[in-house]
Write a protein that binds this ligand. Structure first.
Ligand SMILES: [Zn+2]
Length: 350
């Protein structure tokens, strides 16, 4: 029976040979239920519910006799609460029902987890109304199975990556095989590979090894260093400069490269010095040529006195300071007029 309020239910107890006014009601649990006898007819009484739900036993006894005359068992239920519990359970059943057990894939993992969370959130009483719990357990086992298989595949790849160890050019094939094995996994299995970063680092390191090796080949191709190879050497050096630091460290013939640059610089300096000396010699020869031409053809003005034997290159020569008449002309004119002796002081004579 449901008891929603104290006026809800009345009952008439009629124990054998019971007399009016001589019965008493004893509730086994007054917190759940008690009885209030009617003032005028104590055989009629009403039940009063104090708590929402529970079970109580009402004993009806004749006061003057020992022993129980009648017993009423009363169960008090809250139907609206039960409806709510069923509704909650139904919601969880609907969630579980959406799982397609025959076509479950790893992408359903979060849906399965959502079902489990909803299931666990139910009260113990609501759980009693869930009907699809076994489906949920089956789905969870299926997900675990898929997960275990992905984990196994991923571990195989991870072991392969771990086996690479220190990266050298010789490990190139090994590293490429790791990458292929990783790429062959599906996206979900990839999530279980714990050392993808190690593989990526190995690939980067391998790139450095390859760049360094290419550069070593370039250095080797320089051969004997001559000035004609300046551009080639500089091209190799600039290729070296552009390498990442990690690749630079792996170049084995760097010493040969710097030596080649040194040789080029020395050769260039030698060549420049030789050119400078040649230019100087050429200028000297030119001057000499000019001088002798002047001497031979009489260009350039010289000075002499009518009685002197010398000619002077400067009119201000001290030996001319007292001469009143100073003649001038070319060297040949001086010579032709008997003044062909160059002055010791100003005209380089001796
Ligand atoms: Zn002079």
């Amino acid at each position: 029976m449901d008891i929603h309020s104290e006026d809800n239910l009345k009952f008439h107890a009629d124990p054998e040979r019971c007399k009016y006014g001589k019965v008493e009601y004893i509730s086994s649990d007054p917190d759940v239920l008690s009885v209030i006898p009617d003032e005028t007819d104590k055989l009629t009484c009403k039940l009063v519910s104090f708590d929402l739900e529970g079970t109580a036993q009402i004993q009806i006894r004749q006061v003057q006799k020992n022993g129980v005359s009648a017993t009423v068992f009363v169960k008090v239920e809250d139907k609206s609460l039960i409806a709510e519990l069923k509704e909650d359970a139904e919601r969880v059943d609907q969630l579980i029902g959406q799982l397609d057990l025959n076509q479950l894939s790893y992408s359903d993992k979060s849906s399965v987890e959502e079902c489990r969370t909803a299931y666990n959130a139910l009260s113990d009483r609501a759980l009693q109304y869930v009907t699809l719990e076994s489906n949920l357990v089956r789905a969870e086992n299926e997900i675990k199975k898929i997960e275990a298989s992905y984990q196994k595949q991923a571990e195989a790849v991870a072991d392969q990556v771990d086996a690479v160890g220190e990266v050298t050019l010789e490990k190139a094939q090994l590293i490429e095989q790791c990458r292929m094995a990783y790429d062959a996994l599906n996206d979900e299995a990839k999530q279980f590979v714990t050392n993808l970063a190690v593989l990526e680092e190995a690939e980067e390191e391998l790139d450095f090894c390859r760049s360094a090796d290419e550069l070593d080949q370039l250095i080797l191709s320089i051969g004997e260093v001559t000035l004609e190879k300046e551009e080639a050497v500089m091209r190799v050096y600039s290729a070296y400069s552009r390498l990442p630091e990690s690749a630079k460290k792996k170049v084995q013939r760097y010493g040969i490269l710097t030596a080649a640059v040194g040789v080029i610089n020395t050769l260039k300096a030698d060549k420049a010095e030789a050119e400078r000396q040649a230019e100087e010699a050429r200028k000297l020869a030119e001057l000499e040529e000019q001088r002798s031409t002047e001497e031979n053809t009489g260009y350039g003005i010289v000075y002499w006195t009518p009685k002197g034997k010398s000619y002077h290159s400067r009119e201000s020569c001290p030996t001319l300071s007292r001469s009143k008449t100073i003649l001038s002309g070319s060297v040949s004119e001086a010579k032709n007029s008997g003044h062909g002796d160059p002055c010791n002081i100003c005209a380089g004579g001796s």
